[in-house]
Structures are given as structure tokens and as C-alpha cells.
Design a protein around this ligand. Structure first.
Ligand code: SR1
Ligand code: MG
Length: 462
């Protein structure tokens, strides 16, 4: 590995470290500091630093190895440079949808970020049986804004080529290539699952049509440098907080430009001729009473120039995993049903928001020789990619190394029931199988077909 050795931060040395970072003293006072290490992810150290009467800070430092495995799996801390790049772009392109970014210390591989102590990790909230309407739309809008700002849509071609060259994140991409797009589909020592799932896993691996689509998606992961994507957008990479109330039928749920929570329907502005609002209108999706939630996306250390729909797809897959949990969890019949219903709607809304935000931004594209018909074709393929990546994410979180608490905290019987249903749904995420279940000549129809097949698989496992 080619990085210089560096001192790891600890609760004991953070005060001295922060003294050496005067630009952070508006957020914390190094002399009156309390520090908590809160990193519960797979890779890094994360410290919440607070001083009385001040906003506080989050300091995130990359470890030189994979935390979930230990020093025997070395990993260059330079992924923190990639994460800094993503925050830099997001601070301009989607400032309300990410934590505030205070800068990067390249000597210590440490990022300084907004303290989100009042916020909750979306996965934890969902595991406790609480829906977060609004958060899924924010996440879809985040992805769209990043795609627009970093792709051919928002960048002149020379700048785009330079960005592609300077944004490689090879070591982390290799992890995703292995853990998400390769190992779960073959016999590999890092995989594990209950014996009750062996038949379903075997069937999936022998399904040549499905595996060919996984390989198409892996090939796109390797070669399609469309946009600077987050690369690991799951429900553990999103913080949420209640942001207000909404009214029944208020139409706040889906396609509003993120941050604009005031206008009925919130369709954003800049509508050009290619916007087909009727086809993606949030009023197609059930809306309800209750709280609205705001989201902030964090942890973009896996970012790279890749397929534009990777992020929405991964998130849709993780919402599907949460739906698997809701289908077998007993929260009381009414609450379980509501939770499952919301999660299935949320899968669609991630896409609806992504699509609507891109359509709203499209009139401002840099190269208007790309016309509206091109956008339609691009969105259609993106929706197929999104469903495909959702399927891969489902499979890898069930079969592969990095599991999710949504399912791991269930007892064996419930877990196998939910996982079997989810694997069946994943196998149907190829474009032609989705076409059997719905109207798939339009992007929102492709994603609706995915949500419908999840609904029908999960209906049977409760
Ligand atoms: C070895 S890292 C395992 C997983 O953790 C990260 O959050 C990514 O999802 C990766 O696949
Ligand atoms: Mg992570």
C-alpha cells in the first residue's frame, strides 16, 4: 500500500487534534470537549465531538484495514479522499441532502462533518417498525442531483472526461465487484446462509437468464462511467429526522424538488417539454396522514464514476430487505401491514423522485443536442438497471459477507421465510421478467413491476 503511516484518532487525542484545526473552532471548543466513538459501520472510526452551547462536529477517519474483519484485510485509507470528493460536489449540488462538509485532512485521512446527533439512521428506524415518508423521496432527489451535476447532463464533455479520470476508487470498487456482483452468485468461502435457504440459492445460481443479467450489471459496473455515484447507498447511509406534518392527499410524497416542501405536489421548476408529469405524478402513489421525514445521505466513500442508477437501485434493494422484515415481524396486524405497505410504496418513490428531479433539471443540460427522446431511452434503461441492482443487493445481503440487521435480528424460521421470498423476487429483476408483470415501456412502470412482484412474494410469508 502506498500511503504514509498516520496516527489514528482516539477519544483521548481528539482534543489535541482539534486544537490543530482552527477552522473547526466555530463548531467545537477543543478545551471543553466530550467525545463519543459511534462508528458502527464496516470500515471506519467515527467520533461525535461536542462542546457546551456549540453545534459540535463529526470526525470520520479511515482505518487502514476493514474494520469488520480486522487488520488481516488491509485497505488503503485513501478512500477518504474519494469521500471528500463526493461531499465537495454534493455541497454544491444537493446541500440540504447531505451533512455540512467542513473539510478534509489529507494527512490524517479525516473528514469533518456536521454533527447529526439529533438524527436517526434510517435502517434503525425501519427496524423499529417506524416508516419515514419523505426520506425516500429526498434520497431519490439526492441521487438525481448528483447524477445531473457530475454526468454529461451537467458537465461539458472535457470536464466530464477529466472528472472520470480523477475519480477512480479502485480498491473500494473491487470490494463491490466481489461482494455484491460476484461472490453471492458462486460458491465462495465468504458466503453464509441457513440450510433452509440452500435450495433457493442453488436455483438462483443455476438460473442462466438471471445470471446473464447479473453479469450485464457487473459489466456496466466495470465500464459505464456515467456519473459520480455514491456507490453504497443503503438505509444505513441515510440519516433521517421528522420535518413536519402532512395532510391526507396532500401530494407531498413523491416527485417534489427536494427541499421544496411547501408547494402542493412540489413538482419543482424548470419543466421542459420532456416532463411527462402525469406519468410520474406522486398522486399515483398512496399518500397518508402523519409526519414527514427529511433525509441526509452520508458515507460516500465507495463513490466512483459508474452506472447512474446504481444508487437508487441499491436503495430500492435495501427498502425491499426492510419490507422482508416487515412481512414476518409481528408489530400487531395493523402496524405490520402499514409498515409493509409504506415500504413497498417507498421502493417506487425512490425512483419516482429520481426521475422527476432529473426531468426537472433536464432543460438545463449542457449539451442540448441530446434531445428529449434520448432522455426517455436513457431513463428506461436506468430503470432496468435500478431494478437489477436492487436484486443484486437483495441477494448479497442474504448470501454474501455483509449482512443487514433488518434480517439478521430475526429468528431462523422468520428469517428463512423472508429471505426465500426476497430471493424469488430478486430472480425476477431481469428486464424481460419485469415485463411479464407490468407496463415496462416506461421507466416508472418498470419500477412499479418490481414493487408489485415484491408485494406478491411477501404477501405469502406473513
Ligand atoms: C468489506 S466492506 C463490506 C461492506 O460494507 C460497506 O458498507 C459496503 O456495503 C461493503 O460491501
Ligand atoms: Mg458505509
Amino acid at each position: 500500500m502506498s500511503y504514509e503511516s498516520y496516527e489514528l484518532l482516539t477519544p483521548d487525542n481528539l482534543s489535541d487534534y482539534l486544537k490543530s484545526q482552527p477552522h473547526l473552532h466555530g463548531s467545537v471548543d477543543p478545551l471543553r470537549l466530550s467525545v463519543r466513538e459511534v462508528g458502527d459501520g464496516n470500515l471506519n472510526l467515527v467520533f461525535i465531538c461536542e462542546s457546551p452551547g456549540m453545534p459540535g462536529l463529526c470526525i470520520k477517519q479511515s482505518l487502514p484495514y476493514v474494520r469488520m474483519v480486522g487488520p488481516e484485510w488491509p485497505l488503503s485509507p485513501e478512500r477518504a479522499c474519494a469521500e471528500a470528493r463526493s461531499y465537495q460536489v454534493a455541497s454544491e449540488a444537493a446541500p440540504t441532502l447531505v451533512p455540512r462538509y467542513f473539510g478534509f485532512d489529507a494527512r490524517r485521512y479525516a473528514l469533518a462533518l456536521e454533527n447529526l446527533s439529533g438524527w436517526t439512521v434510517l435502517r434503525s428506524l425501519l427496524n423499529s417498525g417506524v416508516p419515514a415518508p419523505g426520506a425516500e423521496s429526498d434520497a431519490g432527489a439526492y441521487s438525481a442531483r448528483m447524477v445531473f451535476a457530475t454526468s454529461f447532463m451537467g458537465l461539458p464533455s472535457e470536464a466530464l472526461r477529466r472528472q472520470v479520470c480523477s475519480s477512480a476508487n479502485a480498491e473500494l470498487c473491487a470490494i463491490t465487484e466481489q461482494l455484491v456482483l460476484t461472490e453471492p452468485f458462486v460458491d465462495h468461502p465468504r458466503n453464509s446462509f441457513f440450510p433452509g435457504l440452500a435450495r433457493a440459492v442453488e436455483d438462483l445460481r443455476r438460473d442462466r437468464h438471471y445470471i446473464a443479467n447479473v453479469q450485464r450489471l457487473k459489466h456496466r459496473f466495470l465500464t459505464a462511467s456515467e456519473a459520480l455515484v455514491h456507490g453504497d447507498l443503503h438505509t444505513g447511509s441515510i440519516m433521517v429526522r421528522q420535518s413536519g406534518d402532512r395532510q391526507v392527499g396532500g401530494g407531498q410524497g413523491g416527485a417534489g424538488t427536494a427541499g421544496d416542501r411547501s408547494g402542493g405536489g412540489g413538482e419543482g421548476d424548470g419543466g421542459g417539454p420532456s416532463r411527462r408529469d402525469a406519468r410520474v405524478s406522486p398522486t399515483q402513489l398512496p399518500d397518508g396522514e402523519g409526519s414527514l421525514w427529511a433525509a441526509k445521505v452520508f458515507d460516500p466513500e465507495f463513490c466512483f464514476y459508474g452506472p447512474a442508477a446504481l444508487d437508487v437501485g441499491m436503495l430500492m434493494g435495501n427498502l425491499a430487505l426492510a419490507a422482508g422484515r416487515a412481512a414476518v415481524c409481528d408489530l400487531g396486524t395493523q402496524r405490520s401491514g402499514d409498515m409493509l405497505a409504506w415500504l413497498l410504496v417507498a421502493v417506487e418513490r425512490v425512483w419516482v423522485s429520481f426521475e422527476a428531479e432529473l426531468r426537472a433539471l433536464w432543460p438545463a443540460r449542457t449539451d442540448t443536442s441530446f434531445g428529449d427522446d434520448f432522455l426517455e431511452a436513457w431513463l428506461l434503461r436506468a430503470s432496468e438497471d435500478a431494478c437489477g441492482y436492487a436484486g443484486c443487493e437483495i441477494v448479497r445481503r442474504i448470501v454474501g459477507l455483509a449482512k443487514v440487521s433488518d434480517l439478521e435480528t430475526l429468528d431462523e424460521g422468520a428469517r428463512v421465510r423472508a429471505q426465500s421470498a426476497l430471493l424469488s423476487a430478486a430472480r425476477r429483476t431481469t428486464p424481460s421478467r419485469l415485463a411479464e408483470g407490468g407496463v415496462t415501456d416506461e421507466p416508472a412502470g418498470v419500477v412499479r413491476a418490481f414493487a408489485e412482484l415484491l408485494r406478491s412474494e411477501l404477501r405469502q410469508v406473513g
